[in-house]
Design a protein around this ligand. Sequence first.
Ligand SMILES: [Zn+2]
Length: 299
Amino acid sequence: MKNWLICGVLLIIMLCAWAFLPPPIYLIGAFMLFFIGYSEYQNSGSPRGAVQAIQNTSQAPAQSGAATAQVILPEREMPENIPADLKCPSCGASIKPTDRQCNYCSSNLQPLLELPEPAKLAALEIGKTVRVIHPQKGEQTYQVRGRLLYTELWQASRGPNIPWTPTGNYYAGFALEPDAYLLNWQERFYLLETRRALTDMDINRDFMPYAKQFAQSNQTARVQFSYDGAHWLMVDIGRFAIEFEEGEGLHLRKGAIGRFIHSKSENQALVLDDFQSGGSGGQDTLWRGWQINENEIHF
Ligand SMILES: [Zn+2]
């Protein structure tokens, strides 16, 4: 509106000047007015451009972020109060609410919590000793401190409005002592040793471009990227929900919903867990460690 008023005033000035001034002076005046007008136009254009840029950057993380995912999980009945000191009715030994068998007298138990069995490592329980062939240090002995049960999620087709639902597969992760995390996902086993927190900005900058490329190829493309001094190959991306947590030393809580990126560099592994900001139960985390074979885990 203001611009049209300026143009109108300028037009009147130019018409008057055309009538009264000699042509050379008129031409110089016209050029000056044109350049003043042009710079004015550019100035008024740039704030609009800036607003647009801000809108674009605020949309990008939302579209790629975990926030847009719609996840539908079945209701699972959980007893309100689980007694802390459950005892085996046959021998009186301490049992866990999920135990189907007493570890001491081997009598069958009716578990207080009916949890689904993970696809692998179902018999590895809290308190047990597990021996793992470490790719660098050889055989290592760990104690299981805590266990996470993961629900694998999938989408019938890609898109922000397609809900994510359980595939029916469950996988387990174990907090170990000395400090490490043993994770199974599909046919892969990870011994993860170092963990660091990431921000959404870190993830968007260092991982998202490659994850998008990998997703767009339906996880068939050979997507490689450099990170933390190594060259990584993207292996798997997807989503999970934490079905259950038990024990100590765990970094995730029941109900946490996140997406993951698994990458490898020879036998080294990178496991990224990305949670929606504002409390879906987890801190964005990057684990680094090793990919090991199932037959290198003994318990
Ligand atoms: Zn017993």
